[in-house]
Design a binder for this molecule. Structure first.
Ligand code: NDP
Length: 298
């Protein structure tokens, strides 16, 4: 198992599932596909994929079954009735979900003698199989190693840990970082638009280089959060940043741009200042978010 001859079944041919199946085909594997709406298999069948008429036939065709559907509820609905046929095979569930959902799915698989890896896809469908794509996996290390070569067709495989929930947790953390950035981006572009500047020119010439420069400081901030010491290497004191944040607020109000995305940040910074941390660095607000006692890499 795990060599380049291992047949693969892909269940779910939405935008993402179709991209996954296409990447396995490009790798030269036998690929069997199933989707609730059968017509979505047409393009893949034209490229050589085998269509299965039922989920049971689909899982019987391959030792490795990749499932990528809307959510974990759909995974349960689709795979639940074929647990017997799945026994002895490996399910790689690339459906987005929470760590608890991943652990529940892993326990279900264990009960039925099914190998289970949970995964988080860090790419959009056109990025699947390209160098920028990576996919997080969690579950038994030996299953990951056994299927690593096949899974590398989709993007760089990154092992997150034995806890089945580890990939989902890291996936959601990465998406959290992305949404933080995108929130700032839409807020900044709304502000420049309100003043008559073109968002595209501003984004290209100024915002993207600025965010790139700021991203370089993320490991330094991560180090402060890891140590819980926000007093080392401070070049922008929180009290100074709070004053700047007030100016950001006032400028938005003057321009008639809503501050609702910024308001929770202002509140957290004000609380941290009130607790006497004005000389420390910005990431100290993490102390107000809780969750500091978890065990790393459980
Ligand atoms: P789509 O909405 O394009 O596809 C959803 C899939 O789920 C289809 O195959 C659909 O079948 C199937 N489905 C939904 N409800 C049911 C049901 N009740 N019974 C059987 N099948 C059902 O979503 P994507 O392909 O984009 O996303 C799939 C997963 O991949 C999600 O968990 C998503 O979070 C994750 N993902 C997606 C990314 C993206 O950018 N697209 C990026 C990273 C992760 P049918 O065709 O019959 O409707």
């Amino acid at each position: 198992m795990g060599d380049n001859r291992t047949p693969v079944t892909v269940i779910g041919l939405g935008d993402m599932g179709a991209a996954l199946a296409g990447a396995f085909l490009a790798q030269g594997r036998q690929v069997t596909v199933w989707n609730r709406t059968a017509a979505k298999a047409d393009a893949l069948a034209a490229r050589g994929a085998l269509r299965a008429g039922t989920v049971g036939d689909a899982v019987a065709a391959s030792p490795l079954v990749v499932v990528c559907v809307l959510d974990h509820g759909v995974v349960e609905d689709v795979l639940g009735p074929v647990s017997g046929a799945l026994a002895g095979r490996t399910v790689v569930n690339l459906t987005n979900g929470t760590p608890e959902q991943a652990r529940k799915a892993a326990a279900w698989a264990d009960e039925h003698g099914i190998g289970y890896l949970d995964g988080g896809i860090m790419a959009v469908p056109p990025g699947i199989g390209t160098p920028g794509a990576f996919i997080l996996y969690s579950g038994p290390r030996e299953l990951f190693d056994a299927h690593r070569e096949a899974l590398s067709a989709l993007g760089r495989p990154e092992y997150a840990g034995t806890d089945p929930g580890a990939a989902a947790l890291q996936d959601l953390a990465l998406l959290t970082g992305m949404y933080g950035m995108l929130s700032g981006v839409v807020q900044a572009l709304a502000l420049v638009r309100s003043a008559g500047f073109g968002p595209v020119d501003f984004a290209t010439a100024k915002l993207v280089p600025w965010l790139g420069a700021m991203a370089a400081a993320v490991p330094h901030y991560a180090g402060q959060i890891e140590s819980g010491d926000y007093t080392q290497g401070v070049v922008s004191r929180l009290a100074m940043q709070a004053a700047g944040l007030e100016n950001i607020f006032r400028a938005h109000e003057d321009q008639g741009v809503s501050t609702e995305l910024l308001a929770p940040l202002r509140a957290l910074v004000a609380r941290r200042l009130a607790e006497g941390h004005g000389a420390e660095d910005f990431p100290g607000v993490a102390e107000l978010l809780g969750g500091g006692g978890a065990t790393a890499g459980r």
